[in-house]
Design a protein around this ligand. Structure first.
Ligand code: FAQ
Length: 316
């Protein structure tokens, strides 16, 4: 097949809602975009374990600790699915990790903020996982097969995460005045960065147009952000939390909540390495990655040994 025929076939698959699979021909730019988005997503899951990991030893009960541990383990698992899915595009994990460590690969803005109190754990589960689900439900229909299948699995676990976060917020809002204030403070800290998770406004989003044409993204940043706002504002009001936005107003003609201005300068600062915790997050990842070298080497040596033994059994 000529390059042109291959491209026609690829486009017709996309048009017919057929998935693109690892061995299928794909344009280089499609592969590059998929590697960027998927690896960024994988890094986010793994770096996202840090703000919550900070609270494992300080969880207020054994029940809370067990739930938090399970959630953090899930995030590690999501990272694994996503790194594996990215590897099907022809890049290996070491290279992805190197890009992360060198600051060449991004991860979600949201994980560069500190989790200061137990209420932040509630806010992370409710708002951060809540935002992640809205985005990921849409990505279940993404055109790249391994990503789409990964998203279906991940969304199931993510909805449990959102519920556990909301449960913490409900409990605190039913507690003492101090606990209510803690919940409100956490809401104030996490609300705006959660809205930024959906990426820049559509007219400033460099990749959306092409990614939607390729059906990598199924809905735009602004559409998904609005869906999250509409769901979440009602949940906040239901438990007595105030959304920290003086311009928040229900728009009867559109049926949506209108919000005030998002501070996009803050977003750009954070994704370019200057958020409150960027340096700490990366330094921790690098340290733990280096400390874990012996585990990776032992696992590789074991795998090689197993393969050798199997081969010897076959030849004898
Ligand atoms: N943070 O043209 P667009 C989770 C960058 S998982 C950092 O709109 P795109 C679970 C973007 O890379 C959360 N950078 O980009 C959990 C691009 O940079 P470039 C992660 C961002 O890709 C919970 C530039 O800005 N989820 O939370 C962000 O079409 C709790 C222009 O932007 C995913 O990654 C951002 N938020 O749309 C884990 C979902 N937004 O290439 C632990 C998959 C944009 O110019 C604990 N990803 N940028 O250097 C996506 O859906 C898309 O990549 C978007 C961005 C929607 C995030």
């Amino acid at each position: 097949m000529t390059e042109e025929e291959k491209l026609t076939r690829f486009n017709s698959k996309i048009d017919k809602e057929e998935k693109i699979e690892p061995k299928d021909w794909m344009p280089d730019a499609y592969r590059k975009t998929m590697i960027r988005q998927l690896s960024q997503h994988a890094h986010s899951e793994v770096i996202g374990m840090q703000p919550e990991g900070n609270w494992v030893l300080r969880a207020p009960s054994l029940r809370a600790k067990k739930i938090l541990l399970a959630k953090i383990q899930d995030e590690g698992g999501h990272g694994l699915y996503l790194y594996s899915a990215t590897e099907t595009l022809g890049i290996d994990r070491d290279e992805m990790i190197q890009q992360l460590h060198e600051g060449k690969a991004k991860y979600s803005n949201i994980f560069n903020y500190p989790a200061l109190t137990w209420a932040d754990i509630g806010a992370i589960g409710w708002l951060v996982d809540g935002a992640a689900i809205v985005n990921q439900i849409s990505l279940q229909r993404t055109s790249y097969g391994p990503y789409s299948r990964g998203m279906i699995r991940i969304c199931k676990e993510e909805s449990f995460h959102q519920r556990q976060g909301y449960e913490i917020m409900v409990t605190m809002m039913n507690g003492t005045p101090e606990q209510k204030q803690m919940a409100q403070d956490a809401m104030n800290r996490w609300w705006w960065p959660s809205l930024m998770m959906f990426g820049p406004p559509d007219n400033d989003s460099s990749h959306t147009k092409q990614s939607m044409r390729w059906k990598i993204k199924r809905e735009s940043n602004d559409v998904l952000r609005q869906r999250f706002i509409d769901k979440t504002v009602d949940q906040a009001h239901f438990i007595g939390l105030t959304v920290p936005d003086k311009d928040l107003k229900f728009n009867k003609s559109t049926g949506h909540w209108d919000i005030g201005k998002i501070n996009w300068d803050e977003f750009h600062e954070v994704i370019n390495g200057n958020g409150p915790c960027n340096k700490q997050r990366l330094a921790h990842h690098i340290k733990v990655h280096n400390e874990g070298r012996w585990v990776r080497e032992a696992a590789m040596a074991f795998a090689e040994n197993e393969t050798r033994t199997k081969k010897e059994l076959v030849t004898h």
